[in-house]
Design a protein around this ligand. Structure first.
Ligand code: SF4
Ligand code: SF4
Length: 298
């Protein structure tokens, strides 16, 4: 049976493609962006998740664990993921839901049932978006969902890094109504430092999709100190203008809401805790750079 580890299903989403959408977030990503909004989605496997803000410090979870995977320290419950067998005893013992698994293994049928619940709300332009993590990292599951949506007349799009083999990208282009792809940084060396991978494959996949006429939206996450400089936006504008097709580019402002996730994961948060969204005036100035190159800026 084909399954995928789904870490979230966002209903009535209006930011993940056209109209009102159901966005399904799949675990596993080949990139490791320093600003990832969904760091729980990077690792493909299901793991325990601890939410300190709803923990009442009863320590029932620690008492229930037979492998010694849980300890108490100054930051609350510390999880040794290597020692955890995912038996679920601590999840049952926790009175508040502060300890839970970070995803659920879902079959294609289960995912389609979830989609079916929302179908009455899609209207003429809404539908389903597969996201992540990386939607192309679970190709059998994702392609099956996209095909099923097409058979049912449901618009289906994907959000992807396009860091995938060209054959995989082609298979997705056949069945997705639109591909929403990121260009985070145009300079390969900067891209490697910030994401852990080179961007040559990503840019060549975008060019290939542009040439074959796939419906595309390019997104640029505006990350303070990483991607929001004029040089980067100008380089992206030049690249998109060179594709020879009208491909819109959306600038996505930094979202500071994920800071708590990094605390839960005990991972380094790269930003000042007070870092806020980039001012609209500056975003507009960056949009003007895109427009100067004839690129549609959203
Ligand atoms: S899932 Fe089981 S093994 Fe893992 S921490 Fe909880 S009780 Fe311990
Ligand atoms: S059982 Fe739940 S509320 Fe109690 S210490 Fe563990 S995580 Fe916190």
């Amino acid at each position: 049976m084909i399954t995928a580890n789904v870490f979230d299903i966002k209903r009535f989403s209006i930011n993940d493609g056209d109209g009102i959408r159901t966005t399904i977030f799949l675990k596993g990503c080949p990139l490791a962006c320093k600003w990832c909004q969904n760091p729980e989605g990077l690792i493909p496997e299901i793991r325990l998740w601890y939410a300190k803000n709803i923990c009442v410090a009863c320590k029932s979870c620690i008492a229930s664990c037979e492998t010694g995977a849980l300890k108490w320290d100054e930051r609350g419950v510390a999880i040794d993921h290597d020692a955890c067998t995912r038996c679920g005893r601590c999840v049952v013992a926790c009175p508040t839901g502060a300890i839970r698994f970070d995803a659920r293994e879902m079959s294609i049928e289960e995912a389609l049932q979830e989609i079916e619940k929302d179908r009455p709300f899609y209207g003429t332009d809404g539908g389903v978006t597969l996201s992540g993590g990386e939607s192309m990292a679970s190709p059998a599951f994702s392609l099956s969902i996209l095909r099923a949506c097409r058979e049912r007349g449901t618009n289906a799009q994907i959000e992807t890094s396009l860091y995938a083999r060209p054959e995989t990208v082609d298979a997705f282009a056949e069945v997705a109504d639109r591909i929403i792809a990121d260009i985070k940084l145009i300079d390969p060396a900067r891209h490697f430092l910030a994401t852990g991978v080179d961007n040559t494959l990503i840019l060549s996949n975008i060019r290939h999709l542009a040439e074959k006429g796939t419906k595309l939206l390019i997104r640029v996450p505006l990350i303070p100190g990483f991607t929001d400089d004029e040089e980067n936006i100008r380089g992206i504008a030049k690249f998109v203008a060179s594709l020879g097709r009208e491909i819109p580019v959306e600038l996505l402002n930094f979202n500071p809401m994920c800071r708590e996730k990094y605390e839960s994961l005990r991972q380094r948060y790269e930003f000042d805790p007070d870092q806020r969204e980039i001012e609209q005036e500056r975003v507009d100035a960056l949009k003007r750079i895109l427009s100067d190159y004839g690129v549609i800026a959203l």
